[in-house]
Design a protein around this ligand. Structure first.
Ligand SMILES: O=C(O)CCC(=O)C(=O)O
Ligand code: NI
Length: 238
């Protein structure tokens, strides 16, 4: 089992819907993947921001390493699919805000069971638009979301929770150093302010589900264990 996962983290995940892991990687261990993303996703657009793992073997294998799987296995069980990778890079000064949302509102998965690992590839704080979360909100049902007006509001996602549905004053900021990560539940209410600072905000989000959940669009990578969907899930073949 993971040397990074502690019983306290399991308690926090149940009660708050998230937990933090400090120094999952050293800075040195992240150079290769950070350079790879900057070159292939950010600078050249050779790979997409969302789901680069579908066509890119290096990223899917990197995202399926033991360190991540050992961290999410206590939450999701031993049969695990990596189903998306999202390069959540926000440039300095112009980085858009992330509207308040619950991830499960977006996803075609049955049942929606996902733990998302948000890994900081550089320091992330209130100035450069770290994630903000509402502790305990994962225990609620999915709230009403409305479509964002793209013309008026440059945002990184298209749906936002109606603001009377939760108490924003309860939000806490997820401040991370390079190599730290947060792990959040698919029902947790979260968002991020715009990045108006002089620093970029580089995060890599990896999402895992138990293979007993069903998702049929072919973006799953069987990262550990076996398929429990009776062959309904479609997996990327290496
Ligand atoms: O990094 C952000 O701004 C938002 C990330 C997010 O919504 C997620 O990882 O589910
Ligand atoms: Ni989200």
């Amino acid at each position: 089992m993971s040397v990074y996962f502690t019983p306290e983290m399991a308690v926090e995940y149940q009660a708050d819907g998230f937990f933090l892991v400090r120094k999952l990687f050293t800075e040195g261990e992240l150079h290769q993947v950070t350079d790879y993303i900057i070159e292939n996703v950010i600078n050249t657009g050779r790979l997409p921001v969302v789901q680069p793992h579908k066509t890119d073997r290096f990223l899917r294998e990197w995202a399926s390493q033991e360190r991540f799987l050992d961290l999410v296995q206590p939450l999701l069980g031993p049969d695990l699919a990596l189903w998306t990778v999202h390069c959540f890079y926000k440039p300095s000064v112009t980085g858009p805000r992330t509207p308040w949302h619950q991830d499960a509102r977006y996803w075609a998965m049955k049942p929606v069971v996902t733990a998302s690992v948000w890994l900081a590839l550089e320091p992330v704080d209130e100035e450069n638009g770290c994630m903000n979360v509402i502790p305990g909100s994962h225990l609620e049902e999915i709230c009403q979301h409305h479509q964002i007006d793209d013309e008026k509001d440059q945002a990184s996602l298209s749906l936002e929770i109606d603001n009377q549905k939760f108490d924003e004053s309860k939000a806490i900021s997820i401040v991370l150093d390079t190599g730290d990560c947060s792990v959040h539940h698919s029902h947790l209410i979260h968002g991020a302010k715009a990045n108006n600072s002089g620093r970029s905000r580089h995060g890599l989000v990896l999402r895992y589900m138990p293979t007993s959940s069903i998702r049929t669009d072919g973006d799953l990578y069987l990262a550990r264990g076996r398929d429990l969907s009776n062959g309904v899930n479609v997996y990327i073949q290496d």
